[in-house]
Design a protein around this ligand. Structure first.
Ligand code: G3P
Length: 259
């Protein structure tokens, strides 16, 4: 079984940045919290200054770490992740900002090991780093981690930077879109050779969903925290949704949602 086989099931629930209602997003605790409470977990990855893949959503560290409180980093404003080495990133606290509970940095390597050990499925979103790193460097780094942890079977790779996706093949991939569907969508997705299409709920259109499903693309929509809204999308043929709130959206256990 690999990630694409998951799509044989209906109404998939993806934990957006882990269980981010109860734990600081994109931390090991957030992964632990989402374990067995969803069909798959979604997290974000980007590279440190010295090219190590870490788990973090924002391009800067201000919102989800204590970086502004540490004098030694004051000169690094606006605190871009790509301006910090792994060693520097390890000095920060990734949890206190949320509910007062300190959390360590989560590297991609650690996240993949967790996914492997727990036989879970993971949607890894690659943040757009084209201003700092060559596409090939980004993908080679990620592929090395995936290879070392032997997690190929458990992953779906997605990105708003679609150039990355072709480089990730033969892994399952999904194109992410926020504001506007690309022109000539089916042709566009075919050229990218993606398996799935992920888009913001504000772009939902039933005709488009049916058309894409008939052409064989899997569809996951973000971000939904209302079960009725999710039900409506599933009835249109959507495969999965991303949610922050597993309590509301995922009432059953997902022991069967394992590799
Ligand atoms: O991958 C789905 C969703 O997470 C995309 O939006 O802003 O959370 O990366 P964002």
């Amino acid at each position: 079984m690999n990630f694409l086989d998951l799509f044989e099931k209906q109404s998939l629930i993806g934990a957006h940045r882990g269980d981010r209602v109860h734990f600081a997003e994109n931390t090991l605790s957030a992964l632990e919290g989402a374990k067995n409470r969803c069909n798959f977990i979604e997290i974000d990855t980007q590279l440190s200054k010295d090219g190590i893949a870490i788990i973090m959503h924002d391009a800067t560290l201000e919102r989800t770490t204590n970086v502004t409180k540490l004098k030694e980093f004051a000169h690094k404003k606006p605190f871009r992740v790509c301006d910090f080495t792994l060693k520097e990133l390890e000095k920060l606290d990734y949890g206190t900002w949320f509910k007062g509970v300190p959390e360590p940095l989560l590297t991609l390597h650690q996240a993949l090991r967790f996914i492997k050990q727990n036989k879970l499925f993971l949607n890894l979103e690659i943040k757009d780093m084209h201003n700092t790193f060559e596409d090939t460097q980004v993908i080679q780094t990620l592929m090395r981690e995936i290879h070392e942890t032997d997690t190929h079977q458990q992953l779906l790779i997605s990105s708003f930077r679609h150039q990355y996706l072709k480089l990730c093949k033969p892994l399952p991939t999904a194109a992410l879109v926020e504001n506007k569907h690309p022109h000539n969508l089916v042709h566009y997705l075919k050229k990218l050779k993606v398996d799935a299409y992920h888009f913001n709920k504000k772009l939902v259109c039933e005709t488009k969903i049916k058309h894409l499903r008939e052409r064989g693309f899997f569809i996951n929509i973000y971000t939904l925290n209302d079960p009725n809204e999710a039900k409506e999308l599933f009835s249109m043929g959507v495969n999965g949704i991303f949610t922050d709130d597993l309590d509301k959206m995922a009432s059953k256990r997902y022991d069967d949602a394992k590799l």
